[in-house]
Ligand binder design. Structure first.
Ligand code: 5GP
Ligand code: ZN
Length: 113
C-alpha cells in the first residue's frame, strides 16, 4: 500500500478528520475511533513506514520520537501515569492499518496478556 491510499497518511494530510491529541513536526497523536481502554491514543509518525519490518536505519529515529511522545502523553495524564504501548506488526499480529503506529493505552488496570 502506498501513502496515497493509506488511512493514516490521509489523516496526517487533513483529508480525513480525527481527534488530534498532540503533534509536533514528526509525530501525530489521535484518539482511536474504537477505544479499547478509557484512554486509547494512536501515536503515528508523519512518514509512511508500513511497520517495523519496513523500518530502515535512516528513519529509525521515528521510533525514539514515538517513545518520547508517549512519555509526554503520560505526563499529561491525571492520577496514575501508567500506560501500555502496543505495536501490531503484520496482519497476523492484528495490524489493520499498514502505517506504523503505536497504541497508547491507559486509564484502567490492564490484564496480563
Ligand atoms: P492496528 O489494528 O493496525 O494495530 O490499529 C489500527 C487502529 O486504527 C485500530 O485500533 C482502529 O480502531 C483505528 N482506526 C481505524 N480507522 C480509524 C479512523 O478512521 N480514525 C481513527 N481515529 N482511528 C481509526
Ligand atoms: Zn501512511
Amino acid at each position: 500500500m502506498s501513502s496515497h491510499d493509506c488511512l493514516f497518511c490521509k489523516i496526517i494530510s487533513g483529508d480525513i478528520s480525527a481527534t488530534v491529541v498532540d503533534q509536533n513536526d514528526d509525530i501525530l497523536v489521535i484518539k482511536d475511533i474504537h477505544p479499547k481502554a478509557p484512554i486509547h491514543y494512536l501515536i503515528i509518525p508523519k512518514i509512511h513506514i508500513k511497520n517495523i519490518q519496513d523500518l530502515q536505519e535512516e528513519n529509525s529515529r521515528y521510533i525514539a520520537k514515538m517513545m518520547l511522545m508517549a512519555k509526554k502523553l503520560s505526563q499529561k495524564l491525571s492520577g496514575d501515569q501508567s500506560f501500555r504501548l502496543i505495536m501490531n506488526n503484520g496482519a497476523q499480529a492484528g495490524q489493520s492499518v499498514f502505517h506504523m503506529h503505536c497504541h497508547f493505552l491507559s486509564g484502567k488496570v490492564m490484564n496480563d496478556f
